[in-house]
Design a binder for this molecule. Structure first.
Ligand code: ADP
Ligand code: MG
Length: 323
């Protein structure tokens, strides 16, 4: 089981940002509206995620570290109805199998919290602890028992940059949630948590850039999109600044990227790609999120319809600025 777990971990936990992603998704599934992320040395040193979500009960905490024990999928019909970001029940066991992990968690109905210390899958300690309602997970010595993977890591700067980019993107797609990000004890970023995407744009980029973003909306046959796209004068040299979420999940969608690029064809004056945040909502049963363990890849049944909608909404927003 230890080895199986470490192999499975390889698919989900590739680098520090994978750990941050899984922990942050859990915080959001727990309905946190404050997620505090602190890393040292690009996350290679340590990662800590603290949330004010629902917490985990004392009985359930050990279960959360057993593979698939918490899997939310009971039948294949459930696979078509995934509303939470997590559903495989393998992130926490995977992280705990390749690192040193401490969890402190408390549910609102309990006056004290529960703590576990796990090292390479072995529980070293568990018992009551004083802590606020919510969950704190800290992870260090990442890949201490899988040297090949450890060697595969890039520089602290690169790994830290991937984490920062992930936090910015999550803040953009979850404007209701306040994200705080610290690196080596210094605050790098804080989102307002006001619920307004435009406010988050101003905090991720700056006020001037936010003023150059155009709201877009569109709706057709059960598919809804909204978000912001940049005026053609604001652009970037990479696709990194096109942020796409489907049903509240941050995704990589080359289809949506292509659609956006098509709407800007011949319009961009400087860089090659627009800045954009596109939030897409479609019936849950039209999205397959179970394509890859990291859950960033998805399959949309009606991809072409979504592309057309993105092109028409973006084109409309761009036309209106010229009026
Ligand atoms: P999954 O998210 O796929 O269910 P995880 O291994 O990521 O699996 O988490 C296991 C379980 O632990 C979750 O289903 C959830 O019940 C609980 N859990 C994990 N993190 C948190 C958190 N921050 N707050 C509340 N519950 C959590
Ligand atoms: Mg999860």
């Amino acid at each position: 089981e230890d080895t199986a777990c470490r192999i499975a971990a390889g698919e989900v936990i590739e680098r520090p940002v994978s750990i941050v992603k899984e922990l942050v998704e859990n915080s959001l599934d727990a309905d946190a509206d404050l997620v505090n992320i602190a890393i040292t040395n690009g996350g290679i040193g340590a990662i800590e995620v603290v949330d004010n979500g629902c917490g985990i009960s004392q009985e359930d905490t050990p279960l959360a570290f057993h593979r698939h024990a918490t899997s939310k999928i009971i039948s294949s019909a459930d696979l078509e109805n995934i509303r939470t970001l997590g559903f495989r029940g393998e992130a926490l066991p995977s992280i705990a199998s390749v690192a040193h992990l401490t969890i402190k968690t408390r549910v609102p109905t309990n006056h004290e919290g529960f703590q576990m210390v796990i090292q390479g899958g072995q529980v070293l300690h568990n018992g009551p602890v004083g802590c606020p309602v919510g969950t704190m997970i800290s992870v260090k010595d990442i890949f201490f028992n899988t040297p090949a993977r450890r060697k595969h890591l890039k520089s602290k700067t690169t790994e830290g940059g991937l984490i920062a980019d992930f936090v910015y993107k999550m803040a953009l797609i979850k404007p209701q949630t306040k994200f705080i990000f610290n690196h080596n004890g210094r605050e790098v970023f804080r989102s307002p948590g006001s619920g307004k995407l435009h406010d988050v744009l101003a905090s991720v980029y700056d006020v001037r850039a936010a003023k150059m973003m155009l709201p877009i909306t569109g709706e057709e046959a059960g598919v809804k999109i909204d978000g912001y796209i940049s005026k053609p004068e604001l652009s970037r040299s990479t696709r990194q600044h096109m942020t796409v979420a489907v049903n509240g999940r941050l995704v990589h969608s080359s289809a949506v990227n292509t659609a956006l690029e098509q709407a800007y064809r011949g319009k961009l004056t400087v860089g090659r790609y627009p800045v954009a945040v596109i939030l897409i909502w479609l019936p849950f049963k039209q999205v397959d999120v179970n394509v890859h363990p990291a859950k960033m890849e998805i399959k949309m049944e009606n991809e072409e319809q979504v592309m057309r909608l993105v092109i028409s909404a973006a084109s409309r927003a761009l036309r209106e600025t010229n009026l």
